[in-house]
Design a binder for this molecule. Structure first.
Ligand code: FPP
Length: 249
């Protein structure tokens, strides 16, 4: 079957039913590189280009928020050389993407734990976060040194500290208070969670926020994931019947 043209896919979109927040597990960079007899680092570089395409399309479609999993709390167990490359790529990416973020008025967000990240990464992150803080058109969240369980642990820790200080009782802990302690505080939960590369897992990404996300899996590897693939995912999302646990009337 011939793949549908970008413009044809675009024409099928219902602009009134776009996801407000899309989350992506950018998986398959290593396999993409290995299939081309290239070092894994080449796959990560191509993955950064795929991220640019996805950001541009979300901005074009006025999707308010894109969250991408760039480095998990578990990724530190990769070979030191690969971890070092990913950290350098992140710094390079933050420097090179600033003009796109400025031009398109995209605010950067950070999901994850600061401790453990190299000083150069924190500096580049903080500079970009500050420079883009007032932009309103879209938010791009980079999840770096991020784990959903770790994020919940930090939230529980913050609530326990509030309780210990006498500002919170156990009975007052509700879902809104937990959400407010997460790295995504103030943002809508992801409507659509995309994982390319054929793996059918959530892998510790946005565990709390993804409770009702529509899941979209496909076989393409992330570096090959283009604007057409993102449109296809959104079109599939628009076919889903979202009930949030209720019965359809
Ligand atoms: C998973 O693919 C991908 C990662 C652990 C890194 C994701 C990073 C990027 C896409 C780079 C661009 C992002 C920034 C912000 C610099 P994998 O390496 O596990 O692939 P595999 O499963 O095929 O081995």
């Amino acid at each position: 079957m011939k793949p549908e043209r970008y413009d044809d896919l675009l024409a099928q979109l219902d602009p009134t039913r776009l996801p407000r927040h899309i989350a992506v597990i950018m998986d398959g960079n290593g396999r993409w590189a290995t299939r081309r007899h290239l070092p894994r680092s080449a796959g990560h570089k191509a993955g950064a280009e795929a991220l640019r395409r996805a950001t541009e399309l979300c901005r074009e479609l006025h999707i308010g928020c894109l969250s991408v999993y760039a480095f998990s709390t578990e990724n530190w167990s990769r070979p030191a050389e690969e971890v070092g490359f990913l950290m350098r790529l992140l710094v390079e990416y933050l420097h090179s993407e600033r003009s796109l973020l400025r031009q398109q008025q995209i605010r950067l967000g950070f999901l994850g734990r600061r401790d453990g990240l190299p000083a150069e990464v924190l500096r580049a992150l903080d500079e970009t976060l500050a420079e883009t803080a007032s932009y309103q058109e879209m938010q791009l969240n980079l999840a770096v040194n991020y784990g959903g369980r770790d994020e919940l642990r930090r939230a529980v820790q913050a609530l326990v500290a509030e309780a210990a200080a006498g500002r919170l009782t156990a009975a007052e802990v509700d879902e809104a208070k937990i959400s407010a302690q997460l790295d995504t505080a103030g943002l809508p939960d992801p409507d659509l969670l995309i994982r390319p590369s054929g793996e059918l897992r959530i892998s510790n990404f946005l565990l709390w926020q993804g409770a009702y996300s529509e899941l979209y899996f496909c076989d393409k590897l992330w570096p090959d994931f283009g604007k057409r693939d993102l449109l296809a995912a959104i079109l599939e999302y628009q076919k889903r019947d979202r009930r949030f646990g209720a019965v359809k009337r």
